[in-house]
Design a protein around this ligand. Structure first.
Ligand SMILES: C[S@@+](CC[C@H](N)C(=O)[O-])C[C@H]1O[C@@H](n2cnc3c(N)ncnc32)[C@H](O)[C@@H]1O
Length: 256
């Protein structure tokens, strides 16, 4: 069968090197600024063990290690490979004191974080949970690997309010109906649920509504989620397609 090729030319060049990615992150996006909104909050929580899951090249792990030193931060991504030495170069590029940061590198997934060999005071997932196909199961796994009183932070996500989600869902459903009637089939089918929809079939990216996070948090056993909406959009370029909404964080606490 002829497979549809991935439309990721620009992403390929960005992700081809950790060095060019960090340049892209700092020059073209507000991801670092949005993440740094969490600084005081994370310092007050003062976790003794931190897992940054879905960390990509690990820029957020480096920032966490800087905020929390001497705590060692575990940086994990199942796809993106980067050596410890490369991470130190990256830290210097980010104006962090590389020789003072303690980082471990793993290749775990959120559905299998080291098969439960460790438990954590904090698990953080930066712009990565939107890849979860089985969101309820994955949140449950992350919950089980947290210590009592521990915190799960879903950082740098775009989260729809009830109204916006419903408007988007209606539009998507109409489009799906139209494609069905006109037999415009796609290999990667569109998926729309009560609380989340897949907005990029090629990359497997999901948008999740605030209501759905609240529902899942309760089902899994977390306290009521806290949402922090930053003032930052994703891209510095005015009018960029990804800039309709600001970046938010979800803070989920496991009861003691
Ligand atoms: C948009 S990137 C974000 C990377 C990094 N956290 C950042 O903010 O630059 C999403 C990351 O999620 C990772 N990812 C995808 N599926 C995953 C899974 N099931 N478990 C853990 N990480 C996953 C990808 O490898 C990718 O590096």
């Amino acid at each position: 069968m002829k497979q549809k090729s991935f439309a990721k030319d620009s992403a390929d060049s960005i992700w081809s090197s950790y060095y060019s990615y960090i340049r892209h992150l700092e020059s073209n996006t507000f991801f670092r600024e949005a993440f740094e909104v969490l600084e005081e909050r994370i310092k007050v929580l003062n976790p003794k063990s931190v897992l940054d899951i879905g960390s990509g090249y690990g820029w957020s792990s480096l920032i966490l290690a800087d905020w929390l030193r001497p705590t060692c931060v575990t940086s994990s991504d199942p796809v993106v490979e980067i050596s410890y030495d490369e991470m130190r170069v990256l830290a210097k590029e980010m104006d962090l004191e590389a020789n003072k940061l303690t980082i471990e590198r793993k290749s775990w997934r959120f559905e299998d974080i080291g098969s439960g060999e460790l438990s954590w005071d904090m698990i953080i997932c930066v712009a990565a949970i939107h890849h979860a196909h089985e969101l309820a199961d994955d949140l449950s796994t992350l919950y089980q690997n947290l210590n009592p009183g521990g915190t799960l932070i879903l950082a740098n996500e775009v989260i729809y309010s009830t109204f916006k989600y419903r408007a988007k869902m209606a539009k998507k459903l109409l489009k799906i109906m139209y494609h069905n009637l006109t037999k415009k089939w796609a290999l990667n089918d569109q998926l729309v649920g009560q609380g989340r929809f897949k907005y990029d079939s090629d990359l497997g990216d999901w948008s999740v509504s605030r209501d759905y996070y609240c529902f899942l948090a309760e089902c899994v056993g977390f306290n009521e989620p806290e949402f922090i909406e930053t003032e930052y959009v994703s891209y510095k370029q005015v009018g960029h397609a990804g800039n309709e909404m600001t970046i938010s964080h979800v803070i989920l606490t496991k009861p003691i």
